[in-house]
Structures are given as structure tokens and as C-alpha cells.
Design a protein around this ligand. Structure first.
Ligand SMILES: Cc1cc2nc3c(=O)[nH]c(=O)nc-3n(C[C@H](O)[C@H](O)[C@H](O)COP(=O)(O)O)c2cc1C
Length: 381
């Protein structure tokens, strides 16, 4: 009955928008719609314009469910304390703050790069011993020679989930990904033994496909995980503009009329319906088939400094592969459902798995669309 009612609404709306360009009818809120300069450059007590710009670039880092969990306390001139906001945690899928710390690492990497470009060296001191400690790292800036890193790379990075070619990742691209090389390697903090590449057509590629689908099924039908996800999806434009974090239909790559439909008729309860859960699994089953391969990144432990370093390395990797037209899609559900050590041992890998990344070449690299909170929202003095 519910499905039929929805179909009728959908059909009626189809009539209403007939003749209008589909993109206009689909609407939505993308990052560019939020007039960045005005919003992000709002004055923040204790910070100069250049520092606000550094924090804006840092905030373009990826984070699970696009939580943007970071906070910055201005402790003095050139001294910031990086922490996290307790309301931006994911107890159902990330009870140990593993992903939260990886995201903070990615945030710090962008901060370091942006600071260097403006002639400052950021010295990072990780102070948290436990993942639950709210104060994670102190950052102190020293003057240095400016580098000419193209900051536009940070602005253009995004997560890509669709449109991957099935072509295997070429040897020269793989070398760049796994080589331990300060100048040009993305994974400098993760020497090659810890980054394992598997073509999608290999035995391990097939194993990963099956296990990723299975983990997604487990999670999609686990109520606490699904309820948590439902709180971070911004179905309506109003909700997206209000919160500026979480997942929007655009960032989840729901396109065309489907996007218009979900924006208007979906809400938190839709995520808990059986058909939504099943569609998630079906979508994942399609995605895993189409990619070049998988990068599985392991560490020796999951201590706070390790996770920060692996988040930083991940961001460097993202910035690196962007120019090689390689898309990266973290598929974290196996780690969330089994834990980093069990995933490693079940795949026959050493240590603990911190990243499972689906990779593939893309013909065109789409513009970033996920929203960001203005700097003033996450800084305190
Ligand atoms: C620790 C971590 C885990 C993530 N896990 C997933 C995942 O399992 N599936 C997915 O589609 N995206 C995943 N992402 C990507 C985020 O959803 C994405 O970074 C966020 O929505 C912001 O979008 P952007 O990367 O395009 O800026 C993950 C990102 C991080 C940092």
C-alpha cells in the first residue's frame, strides 16, 4: 500500500516537472551553493584571515558519514588544540573512535599542507593516550619557507563511489601509491609492506567483493547501525543547509529523478525500511564488481598516534591519485562489523586493517559536493 501511494505521488510529481530541466527539478544543496567566501571567511575571534583559510582547507578532509568531528581551540598565538565534538561520534559503527581519529588525521594533513603553502611549518604533538580523550593534538606553527603545493588539489578531492572502470590499476600508478618516497609518495607514513593491492579479478579481489557485500548486509539489517545512519542523512535541502554535515542525496550519488524523489519523500524512517536496507546491499553488490582493484592498508596497532598517522597518509593518497584520475571509495563495513584485527587475520594479512579502499580509473572526476561546516562553527577561543 505504502509503495503504491509513493508511486502515485512520484508519477504526479513527474507530471509537474515535465518540461523543466531535470537538473533544476532535482535541486539539492552542493558545496558551491553555500557561497564559500562569505560564509567560510566570517571573522573568528583570535584568528587572522590566513589562519581561517588554513582551517577551511583542513575542513575539506573526508570523514565517516561526513561528520566533520574536529574542533579547534585557539590556545594562543600560533598554538591550536585539536579535539573532537562528542555529539559527532558513531557509537554503533565506530565505538572506539577509530574512524573519528582517521578523519582528524586527514584534517591535520590538510592543515599541514595549507600552512606550508603560507609559509608556516605546523608541528603536531599528539597528546591523547586513549581514543576517548577529547583533546587529541597540539599544533604549534613556526615560520618557514612557503611551498608551492597546488591547494586547489585539496578543494577538488572527493570520495567517488560510481563510474569506475574495471581496468586494473597500472604498475606506475601503483608504485606511486605504495612507494616510500618523501617527495612524491602518498603513503610516506605507511611503507609498502603495509599497503596491499589486489586486482578485482584476483582471488583476493573476489574474496573482498563477497565479504564487503556480506558486511554491508549485516550492517544494513543491524538496527542500531541503521538508526545511527538515519540521523546523519540530510534528505531535505533545509536540513542540509541547517547542519552542513552528514550525507546528502548529492554526496551519496543519488542522481536524476531518484534524487528529486528521495529529497521530497524520504525521511529518517525510510532508512529503517526493509526495502531501503535491501537496496543498499544491492547497490554495494553492483559497486564491488566494477573497479580496478582494492587497496588494503594495515598497521601494527590502533593506538591514537597510529590512527592519526594513517588518516594523514590517507589524505595524502587521496590528493595524489586525484591527478591520476583514480577514484577512491573507502568501504569500511567489514572493519566496522568485525574489527581491524579480525579482518586482517581473516584475510591472512599481518596486523590490523585500517583501510579497505575500492579503487578505479574514472573518465571524468566529478566536482566535490559534500557540505562543510563554516570554520566559525568548529573553532573556540
Ligand atoms: C574513516 C572513513 C571511513 C569512511 N567509510 C566510508 C564507507 O564505508 N563508505 C562510503 O561510501 N564512504 C566512506 N567514507 C567517505 C565519507 O563518506 C566521505 O569522506 C564524506 O561523506 C565526505 O565526502 P567527501 O569525501 O566527498 O568530501 C569514509 C571516510 C572516512 C574518513
Amino acid at each position: 500500500m505504502e509503495t503504491r501511494r509513493e508511486f502515485l505521488r512520484f508519477a504526479a510529481a513527474g507530471l509537474l516537472i515535465a518540461g523543466a530541466p531535470i537538473t533544476a527539478a532535482c535541486g539539492g544543496v552542493r558545496r558551491d551553493d553555500l557561497s564559500p567566501p562569505a560564509q567560510w571567511m566570517e571573522p573568528v575571534k583570535g584568528l587572522g584571515k590566513e589562519e581561517i583559510e588554513i582551517l577551511y582547507l583542513a575542513s575539506l578532509a573526508p570523514s565517516g558519514h561526513n561528520l566533520q568531528p574536529w574542533t579547534v581551540r585557539v590556545a594562543g598565538a600560533g598554538h591550536w588544540v585539536i579535539g573532537f565534538n562528542r555529539s559527532f561520534q558513531l557509537p554503533a559503527v565506530d565505538p572506539d573512535n577509530r574512524e573519528l581519529l582517521l578523519a582528524i588525521g586527514a584534517f591535520l594533513e590538510n592543515m599541514v599542507i595549507a600552512a606550508r603553502a603560507s609559509g608556516k611549518e605546523a608541528e603536531i604533538e599528539v597528546v591523547a593516550n586513549q581514543a576517548a580523550e577529547e583533546e587529541i593534538a597540539h599544533v604549534r606553527f613556526h615560520n618557514a619557507k612557503p611551498t608551492d603545493f597546488p591547494l586547489d588539489r585539496i578543494k577538488r578531492r572527493r570520495t567517488i563511489r560510481n563510474g569506475f572502470s574495471t581496468e586494473e590499476i597500472r604498475a606506475d600508478d601503483l608504485r606511486c601509491v605504495t612507494r616510500h618516497d618523501e617527495e612524491s609518495c602518498a603513503l610516506t607514513m605507511v611503507p609498502s609492506p603495509h599497503a596491499f593491492y589486489f586486482p578485482n579479478s584476483s582471488k583476493m579481489g573476489k574474496t573482498l567483493q563477497e565479504r564487503v557485500i556480506e558486511a554491508n548486509r549485516t550492517q544494513a539489517f543491524r538496527d542500531p547501525a541503521q538508526e545511527e545512519l538515519s540521523r546523519w542523512i540530510r534528505w531535505s535541502d533545509k536540513d542540509a543547509r541547517l547542519n552542513r554535515n552528514g550525507l546528502t542525496p548529492e554526496s551519496m550519488e543519488i542522481n536524476g529523478l531518484a534524487r528529486w524523489y528521495v529529497r521530497n519523500f524520504y525521511d529518517a524512517s525510510s532508512v529503517l525500511r526493509k526495502d531501503f536496507r535491501q537496496r543498499t546491499v544491492d547497490m554495494v553488490a553492483k559497486q564491488v564488481k566494477s573497479c580496478g582493484g582494492w587497496l588494503v592498508v594495515t598497521s601494527l596497532d590502533s593506538e591514537v598516534p597510529t590512527l592519526i598517522a594513517y588518516g594523514m597518509a590517507f589524505e595524502r593518497l587521496c590528493l595524489k591519485v586525484r591527478d591520476r584520475m583514480i577514484g577512491l571509495h573507502p568501504m569500511t563495513q567489514m572493519i566496522e562489523e568485525q574489527g581491524p584485527s579480525s579482518v586482517a587475520s581473516s584475510l591472512g594479512l599481518p596486523g590490523q586493517v585500517q583501510w579497505i579502499l575500492r579503487m578505479g580509473y574514472v573518465a571524468s572526476y566529478p566536482a566535490p559536493v559534500s557540505l562543510r561546516r563554516p570554520v566559525a562553527w568548529f573553532v573556540t577561543s
